[in-house]
Design a protein around this ligand. Structure first.
Ligand code: HAM
Length: 430
């Protein structure tokens, strides 16, 4: 029998999910604004897919046998019996949207960005939440190393402008279908030779998805992985050429990269180029922090129901992690420091308060107030605490005369200004 929760427990947000507010809220908004701005200048257009998606999209797209699908999905059974999933990632949804809206008839490729909450039922810990936020960049409809390079270049610009210290990428190629088939054959043979040293999870992976063993956290497997066959050695000439060109672009753009033979990514849909974005650990002895990841996913469209393959490449950032390591914070446009504290005294004045606040809003002057308060000293003390440069005092007399008193909080000088002149007067307020 489950224990009855105490009322304080009931009043907590669900485990691994948190309220975003105050400065943290502004930092998220500031990041989203900056990332969108950069994306838009590089020709990406916005798209937001629903928070819920048919389960099938992820079962097929991300793949059974991956952690995301096997362990981490929040699946909801609707009253009508449909199975919907709280989006654990955006790529499968994006491809669904591309196909559903016939975007193939638009000029190709289609550049898209999107952001929002994602949900994974993982063990919450530092940098790992059950509700977290991603910013995605994707280019769907054409292949070509220049498109992989576009994603990486734009992503790197975003990381730099967000104040991430020393961002770098680890990159690898797992090749196209043919190369991958060849590689998996050799990889499977290799692991079969070491099967007695593999743990239960990795043995199961040998049957479902041997490349995932390269991602293993098991210390014994990590040792076995040192000599495992490397995908780059099994690329056919086309895949080799593609990867070589991507690297040439990275050199040309001066991007800090490292080729990592063990990088295969935890989602099934990737082919060819795969990469992850990192920043160095904050403290010695800790691992580098993965801020985002992505790659090519040329076969995803067909996996989720398209008649033909549609080449695509993209990445997603973990915004929570970026903001945790960023050394500067970007102020969003909606963050406004109050310039004026508005004080009203007496019912006549209170009645007309909105007229004055509205004159100021139209002049783009952010105002704080405490309209439920009645006396001067309590309102003045809030104004002092907020350190606003000006207060506007509006009492019974001013309400009758159609004037306001404007006090410069620094010099303590005051002006009496007609309401009809207030908009003009604000030009003088520094
Ligand atoms: P992913 O590697 O699963 O890729 O996630 C991308 C990033 O999201 C990770 O590098 C990490 O920073 C962040 N992240 C993942 N799980 C959590 C979590 N539980 N808490 C906090 N942050 C987390 C994808 O999701 C692909 N859809 C990327 C992509 C886009 N590929 C092509 N287009």
């Amino acid at each position: 029998m489950s224990e009855k929760k105490s009322s304080s427990q009931e009043l907590q947000s669900p485990k691994g999910m948190r309220d975003l507010m105050g400065d943290e809220y502004y930092r998220f908004q500031g990041f989203f604004e900056k990332a969108q701005e950069i994306a838009v200048y590089y020709g990406f257009q916005p798209i937001e897919t629903p928070t819920l998606e048919n389960e099938e999209v992820f079962l097929k797209g991300v793949g059974e046998g991956t952690d995301v699908v096997d362990k981490e999905m929040y699946t909801i059974k609707t009253k009508g019996g449909d199975k919907l999933v709280m989006k654990p990632e955006n790529t499968a949804s994006l491809m669904r949207a591309y196909l559903e809206h016939g975007m193939l008839s638009q000029p190709q490729p289609v550049y898209m960005y999107g952001y929002g909450p994602r949900f994974r039922h993982d063990k919450p810990q530092k940098g790992r939440y059950r509700q977290f936020y991603q910013f995605d960049l994707d280019i769907i409809g054409k292949t070509g190393a220049v498109l992989d390079a576009t994603i990486i270049e734009v992503a790197m610009l975003i990381l730099k402008e967000a104040g991430v210290p020393n961002p770098m990428i680890k990159i690898n190629s797992i090749g196209d279908k043919d190369s991958r088939k060849e590689y998996i054959k050799h990889l499977t043979n290799y692991y079969k030779k070491h099967i007695s040293d593999l743990g239960a999870i990795d043995r199961a992976r040998l049957k479902t998805n041997p490349m995932r063993i390269l991602d293993s956290k098991d210390p014994k497997t990590i040792e076995i992985n040192i000599d495992a066959p490397q995908s780059l050695n099994y690329l056919n000439s086309e895949s080799k050429k593609h990867f070589k060109e991507v690297i040439e672009y990275l050199d040309e753009c001066g991007i800090n990269y490292e080729i990592d033979h063990t990088l295969v990514r935890g989602l099934d849909y990737y082919s060819q180029t795969v990469f992850e974005f990192f920043t160095p650990a904050k403290e010695e002895g800790e691992k580098m922090i993965a801020l985002g990841g992505g790659g090519r996913y040329d076969y995803l469209a067909k996996i989720i129901g398209s008649k033909k393959d549609i080449p695509a490449v993209g990445c997603a950032f973990g915004v929570d992690r970026i903001l945790d390591v960023a050394t500067e914070s970007l102020d969003p446009k909606i963050k406004k420091e109050p310039k004026v504290f508005f004080i009203q005294l007496g019912f006549e004045a209170k009645l007309k308060s909105f007229q004055i606040i509205e004159i100021l809003r139209k002049r783009k002057i952010p105002v704080k107030h405490s309209l439920s308060k009645d006396n001067l000293s309590s309102q003045l003390s809030i104004a002092e605490k907020l350190e606003v440069p000006y207060t506007i005092i509006f009492g019974q007399k001013e309400a009758m005369d159609g004037t306001v008193i404007i006090r410069d909080m620094k010099t303590r000088s005051q002006d009496i200004v007609k309401l009809t002149d207030l908009a003009e007067y604000t030009k003088k307020m520094k």
